[in-house]
Design a protein around this ligand. Structure first.
Ligand code: TGC
Ligand code: FAD
Length: 387
């Protein structure tokens, strides 16, 4: 029996019935609702906002959270498959879901009070409330410990001053998870974006993640009550703990982007007649396509193993770093190679490779650059901190 070119090791057979059902339903959504419009969205630099209710209706926001908070109670592998299938459509949609689920709903669930959970999570799961996550600042995203945004106590309130940069969903958000330095170390605040002194400005001229909203946030004397502080987050490990959740999902997402590019190039090479034979009949093209299949297979195995470790409660942040580094590098290389195999046709958004390749420039940078993740592994294996 012929193997599936995008699943040479039959990884699907390793999935439970529920995991397969989740993958199928998101794959259908991507095929029917995302792919027909996403090239235009990217060209027009437009986030497809109209898809949010459907994404919520499919249970993709906060999918791993318990049902009592509006979640779908899915396991981590199912969440990974959601990321993979969404990013097969576009990294922008996966980013939207990553930020909402892992960077906004997760900290409210993990570090929030019961009142905060009940106030925000069910509406966020329905997509009625959109969140953003403000950690990065303009002077150096890789080093969040250098944060300048400050929150100071004023009576029973907190007053926050500072600015954040490169914030996904910034101009869409109804609520921002803002990380600020305080006298007791870094703390997180749940800030409604209509609070006086809060502003968001969209970043334009992006050549990457054009179907996603990216913004700068400004906080000028933003006053919030003590009840807006996340009581369970103390120090930088609060935001870094959220990053571990999001980075886990991001290990899966680029597999989807790579599969989209690879399938497109495979089909194109089979039909493109050059020098009297299909491009796919040349040894050079076959070696390139085989190389893509090899790297996709390894990435699939890595993420599946990581997901099983996560579901067993045994996943370590350094393991996430290795997979984030490997899978982003795998996908960006494959997107570039697919673009080349498409020749001139590969330079327009009629084909997906260049769009995915450009998107992956962000994906390999955000949530820890490739270098940051390499240095995390370097530290793990040598025991020496090189940061
Ligand atoms: P250090 O200051 O030594 O550690 C602070 C505390 O945090 C703990 N920790 C972690 N906990 C959970 N998960 C992780 N990944 C953690 N990494 C560290 C650590 O154990 C320590 O705990 P404690 O109890 O000792 O206080 O910090 P470090 O030296 O470990 O970290 C340095 C470095 C460079 C790795 C870290 O600063 C880093 O990861 N920098 C990159 C910043 C980053 O990734 N920013 C992403 C912003 S959000 C984003 O990009 C969203 S894009 C979303 C989208 O659109 O999809
Ligand atoms: P820098 O940290 O200035 O890095 C510049 C270069 O220096 C990189 O090549 C880096 O690898 C390298 N470098 C860093 N440290 C070292 C070292 N020790 N040794 C050698 N080289 C090093 N942030 C949020 O908080 N929330 C969001 O929602 C969010 N969404 C984003 C969406 C997009 C589209 C993008 C592009 C970014 C987003 N970010 C977000 C910010 C993202 O996390 C940062 O861009 C990223 O962490 C890198 O920070 P920086 O851009 O300041 O680059």
């Amino acid at each position: 029996m012929a193997l599936d070119p995008a699943d040479l090791y039959d990884i699907r057979s390793e999935l439970s019935e529920e995991e397969r059902a989740v993958q199928e339903s998101v794959a259908r959504f991507t095929d029917e609702r995302v792919l027909p419009i996403i090239g235009d969205c990217f060209d027009q630099a437009r986030f497809p906002h109209e898809l949010v209710p459907e994404i919520a209706g499919l249970g993709l926001l906060g999918a791993t959270l318990p049902e009592e908070y509006g979640g779908a109670g899915l396991n981590s592998v199912a969440y990974g498959l959601i990321c993979q299938e969404l990013e097969r459509g576009d990294s922008g949609l996966r980013s939207f879901v990553s930020v909402q689920s892992s960077l906004c709903m997760y900290p409210i669930f993990a570090y929030g009070s019961e009142e905060q959970r009940r106030a925000w999570l069910p509406r966020m799961a329905k997509g009625e409330v959109i969140g953003c996550f403000g950690l990065t600042e303009a002077h150096g995203g890789s080093d969040p410990a250098s944060m300048k945004t400050r929150a100071r106590r004023d009576g029973g309130d907190w007053v926050i001053d500072g600015a954040k940069m490169w914030i996904t969903n910034g101009n869409l958000a109804h609520v921002a998870i803002v990380w600020a330095q305080t006298e007791e170390g870094v703390q997180g605040f749940v800030v409604p974006t209509d609070t006086p002194g809060f502003g968001a400005q969209e970043i334009h001229r992006k050549m990457s993640l054009r179907a996603s909203v990216t913004s700068a946030l400004f906080l000028d004397g933003v006053r919030v009550p003590e009840a807006a502080r996340l009581p369970g987050a103390q120090g930088l490990k609060g935001p870094l703990g959220c990053l571990t959740q999001a980075r886990y999902g991001i290990t899966w997402g680029p597999i989807g982007a790579a599969i989209a590019c690879y399938r497109e190039a495979l089909a194109y090479a089979g039909e493109r007649m050059l020098f009297g034979r299909p491009l796919a009949a040349t040894q050079a093209a076959q070696i390139r396509l085989a190389e893509m299949a090899r790297r996709i297979t390894l990435a699939q195995l890595l993420s599946l193993r990581l997901g099983r470790l996560k579901d067993a409660g045994a996943m370590q942040p350094a393991q996430v770093s290795l997979a984030k580094w490997n899978n982003c590098r795998m996908a960006i290389d494959i997107a570039r190679d697919c673009r080349d195999l498409l020749g001139g046709a590969g330079i327009t958004t009629e084909h997906a490779a260049i769009r995915h390749g450009l998107n992956l420039e962000s994906v390999i940078t955000y949530e820890g650059t490739e270098t940051v993740h390499q240095l995390v592994i370097g530290r793990e294996v040598t025991g020496i901190n090189a940061f």
